[in-house]
Design a protein around this ligand. Structure first.
Ligand code: ZN
Length: 468
């Protein structure tokens, strides 16, 4: 079996013009939502939703097995494997009257819920749903998908459809479509490159009518300094890069991509976007990781939840961030106070001693980033997230100043400093027994007190006491 011929057309980027048929479907049977994989609340994970196509009402369990396998297969391959915990997965079952999909060239037509069809646009492996060249009515295919999503799972991030047909085929438009062919696990991963990563095919054989464009993994630019993946190209690499076996493991600029054998270039000799059973090249893997971080930020949770707070005690205050957790490496954390990195403060938890900042307004910052070596270019800083807490420190700091005898047996003093929760001015003749004179607060940072009627006292001590 000539595998390269088998896969040649799978993943042909579906044309945006199809969306021009957009019309709402008026009625549709209610689908049933199942949970396949849970790694966190849906609001904090990338949610895959898998649709059933060509499964009859008695085949719910078969579909759930196929959907689970599809999800597991996708998340078992790099770079998804490392980030599996970032994903949830759900399945939506709708029954079709018949199993399989249409095979128009063979004259076989099935009554299925989404009216899926092989042989789209003259390509036997191109498995699509309407609107397509056989049925231009959006409401018969993608419209049903969109309505079910709206009703059952609006927070979807990656939509897949498993077609209960063993013929080899699939496509990677808004909905990633695959059959249940033996190669389905590989088809899904390739198509996810289109649907999830906006990657293009790195095929070099011609396809009439395909309009190439600059993509993360294809370029027409041959000036070394302007190649978008230049950071991956080792020094001394010839540009363009000869496609010889000694360059098979090297990232360079290889001629042939996007259905053109000349004029368009790809990053590597081979890649999942060129051939099944080959890993994604470094440039495609980097793009997929960036795509993951466009859906999801690195900080999963943080505490305290309030990002504006006052501190009135000298006791250390606990702050924390909970980053997402890839499979084999941790995200990196650095804490900053007033934009200065705190040496050694690289744990998920940080205890802030308020005295280290002093009274006033300050900011505390936790910067969480994914240090993966699989991403060299992150111009939008997708792999980094900062959480900022604004803290106002108001510690009690009281002084008694300006002590002065006045005429008429009076004595005055001034309380200054900071006492947000007020203070008690006390007096004593022996430093053992203290009596309150007044309970008050500072106004403009001070309080003037005058003690009257002080007669026959050899000495008297004063102190101001504030709540801790
Ligand atoms: Zn690639």
């Amino acid at each position: 079996m000539n595998l390269s011929r088998q896969i040649r057309w799978v993943g042909f980027g579906l044309v945006a013009a199809w969306l021009a048929f957009a019309l709402p479907a008026r009625t549709l049977a209610q689908g049933t939502l199942f949970t396949v994989l849970t790694n966190g609340p849906w609001a904090k994970r990338i949610n895959i939703v898998v649709f059933a196509e060509g499964y009859t009402s008695g085949q719910t369990n078969l579909f759930l097995t196929d959907a689970t396998n599809a999800v597991n297969n996708l998340l078992a391959q790099p770079p998804f494997q490392e980030y599996k915990s970032y994903f949830n997965a759900y399945a939506i079952f709708v029954a079709s009257a018949q199993t399989g999909a249409d095979h128009p060239i063979a004259g076989t037509f099935k009554n299925t819920y989404f009216n899926s069809s092989f042989d789209s646009y003259g390509i036997s492996q191109l498995l699509t749903i309407p609107p397509n060249d056989f049925d231009g009515t959006y409401a018969n295919g993608q419209g049903k998908v969109d309505n079910l999503l709206l009703n059952l799972f609006p927070a979807n991030d990656l939509v897949m459809m498993v077609v209960n047909d063993h013929e080899y085929g699939g496509s990677g438009g808004n909905t990633l479509i695959t059959s249940v062919n033996l190669f389905a696990p590989e088809i899904i991963v390739h198509e996810s490159g289109h649907t999830f990563g906006a990657l293009t095919d790195e095929y070099t054989n011609a396809y009439a009518g395909y309009v190439p464009a600059e993509k993360p993994n294809a370029t027409a630019i041959t000036s070394s300094n302007s190649i978008k993946w230049k950071d991956w190209i080792p020094g001394g690499t010839l540009i363009p890069t000869p496609d010889v076996s000694s360059n098979d493991t090297r990232v360079g600029l290889f001629q042939g991509a996007q259905y053109n054998s000349t004029g368009w270039y790809r990053p590597k000799h081979n890649c999942k976007m060129k051939e099944l059973f080959i890993p994604f090249c470094e440039v495609c893997a980097e793009q997929l990781i960036r795509s993951i971080y466009t859906q999801l930020r690195p900080i999963d949770a943080f505490a305290p939840a309030a990002t504006n707070s006052g501190i009135y005690s000298t006791q250390a205050v606990a702050f924390s961030v909970t980053p997402l957790q890839p499979l084999t490496h941790n995200l990196a954390v650095q804490w900053f106070t007033n934009s200065v990195a705190v040496p050694g403060a690289t744990n998920f938890n940080f205890n802030l001693p308020p005295k280290s900042l002093g009274n006033g307004s300050h900011n505390l910052k936790a910067v969480v980033s994914d240090p993966t070596a699989l991403v060299k270019n992150d111009p939008l800083k997708l792999l980094k997230q900062t959480n900022v807490w604004n803290v106002t420190v108001s510690l009690n700091e009281l002084s008694l100043i300006s002590a002065q005898y006045l005429a008429g047996s009076r004595f005055r003093l001034t309380v200054t400093g900071s006492a947000p929760q007020g203070f008690v001015l006390q007096s004593s003749t022996n430093l053992l027994n203290w009596s309150p004179l007044t309970t008050n607060t500072l106004s403009g940072g001070k309080f003037d007190y005058t003690n009257s009627g002080l007669t026959n006292i050899a000495r008297r001590f004063y102190r101001a006491v504030s709540p801790p």
